[in-house]
Design a protein around this ligand. Sequence first.
Ligand code: DQA
Length: 145
Amino acid sequence: MSNTIHVLNGPNLNLLGTREPQIYGADTLADIEALCRREAERHGFALVFQQTNSEGTLVDLVQAARGARGIVLNAAAYTHTSVALRDAVAAVGVPTIEVHLSNVFAREAFRHHSYLSPVVRGVICGFGPQSYALGIAALASTPTA
Ligand code: DQA
């Protein structure tokens, strides 16, 4: 097993900074990447940070994380729709933390269901970019087996 963690981002997260800032805040995805790099370094992890708008590519990125120390996954809208992504997370057997910037439970009912939650180690939502930092910290204290 490597010491690398993969932070994977789904659709529309490339637009952070200008996308519905009243919900998602003013930070860009590059700002969140910088935060993740600092947090990963603090815990002695190497970091892979990626974003895609495509469901199939996100499945590929999860598969590519096989053997990694952990995954922090903000699957964005695919959280609520994708059986394929859930199957990929279950298949790779890498400890995965589901994260969201917003508190999805305080929003529309369709965001209350996650296909991913049953197959991840835990879920962190509602803390803005800190959700990612908390996800990395959670991996640091999560047994690998
Ligand atoms: C999100 C919440 C999802 O419901 C939404 O589709 C997103 C972002 C979040 O980080 O708050 O795109 O995952």
